[in-house]
Design a protein around this ligand. Structure first.
Ligand code: PEP
Ligand code: MN
Length: 339
């Protein structure tokens, strides 16, 4: 449940309200302020929450059955533009973060970062905590990699988007990262999502590859309800019966999420396909669906990447500028035709 309160309400009245709604031991509540609007977020069975009539209460909103309210487009709470470093996602200009799957060779990461920057990328993507499906594969440089990320940022001159896997690493990653990525396998890691609510950095949430759109929005709601409205949604393909591509690009999810929320939505044509030769067409198709940005894996020399890894989907950084221009054009044409 969300209770909206008067922005001018004295703090003691808010504390008193929180105390009143949590009379039952299984109900918790906490105050939340987003862009000047103030709320009390209530977690628990709504039937256990006593009446909340009070001069400071502007509205009492059930969060059933969707499980989200703050990210709901109709409630106009969350922003439609999220700032990442000196770039903006959702501002009308197609945003792009590109870079290696993982930080492996530092020199290759710098060379790739410089190349994507020269091609017009607004941010660099790179992982130091890798969610591998086998314990025998390279797991990323982990904490040592977090320290290297600051050097990489200086060398490249772009903001960094990087994944965090464990709530215990959130504070350390937030010191360096300009945007914290939640991977597809962690979309339902609520402990991580809650921690990211207080990270003080924008959060990019990838859709779980088996998750319905509603659960994706609830993942965003977790982060927002815990204090952080700066969330970007990233579609990245879903599991499918068909193995032609690594995943099935989920354009329908872009439309469905767009209808329900005004949060920016970006697309990852790399993990949704697993093939370098599919990145161009899928990025263009995503652009036709009106996405706000792209997250693309690129590498100056995929042959040097660790195996097994994502070398097969690494895009040529030198092609990125042309791809981004073509995507911007397709997006504009599609929007014009449907006006
Ligand atoms: C990634 O972007 O580095 C990644 C692991 O992606 P996903 O979580 O979508 O598989
Ligand atoms: Mn990857």
């Amino acid at each position: 449940m969300i209770i909206e309160i008067d922005p001018a309400a004295p703090d003691r009245a808010v504390v008193e309200l929180c105390g009143r709604v949590t009379a039952h031991e299984d109900v918790t509540a906490w105050p939340l302020t987003i862009n000047g609007r103030r709320f009390v977020v209530v977690s628990g069975d709504e039937a256990l929450v006593p009446p909340t009539e009070s001069p400071i209460v502007l509205g009492r909103h059930s969060t059933h059955p969707t499980g989200y309210w703050l990210v709901d487009r109709g409630n106009e709470v969350v922003p439609d533009v999220v700032t990442i470093g000196d770039g903006e996602v959702g501002c009308g200009v197609l945003w792009c973060a590109a870079g290696p799957c993982a930080l492996e060779s530092f020199d290759d990461a710098v060379a790739t970062g410089k190349a994507v920057r020269a091609q017009g990328a607004h941010a660099m993507r790179v992982g130091v905590f890798k969610p591998r499906t086998s314990p025998y594969n390279f797991q990323g440089k982990e904490r040592a990699g977090v320290r290297l990320l600051s050097e990489l940022k200086v060398a490249v001159g772009l903001p960094v988007v990087t994944e965090v896997l464990d709530p215990r690493d959130v504070a350390a990653v937030a010191e360096v990262a300009d945007c914290m990525q939640v991977g597809t396998r962690n979309m339902t890691n609520q402990a991580l999502l809650k921690e990211l609510g207080s990270a003080g950095r924008p959060v990019l949430i990838k859709r779980g590859f088996r998750a319905p759109v509603e659960e994706w929005l609830r993942a965003a709601e977790f982060v927002v309800a815990h204090g952080n409205p700066n969330v970007v949604l990233c579609a990245r393909g879903v599991a499918s019966f068909d193995g032609s591509l690594r995943c099935m690009p989920d354009f329908g999810a872009v439309l469905a999420a767009r209808e329900r929320t005004c949060l920016p939505i970006v697309f990852d044509p790399s993990h949704s396909t697993g093939r370098r030769d599919a990145v161009t067409p899928v990025a263009l198709a995503a652009a036709a669906f009106g996405i706000d940005g792209l997250l693309i894996e690129a590498h100056v020399c995929p042959e040097r990447m660790h195996q097994p890894g994502d070398g097969a989907q690494a895009y040529d950084p030198d092609k990125l500028g042309a791809l981004l221009r073509a995507c911007a054009e397709v997006r504009r044409s599609a929007a014009e035709l449907d006006q």
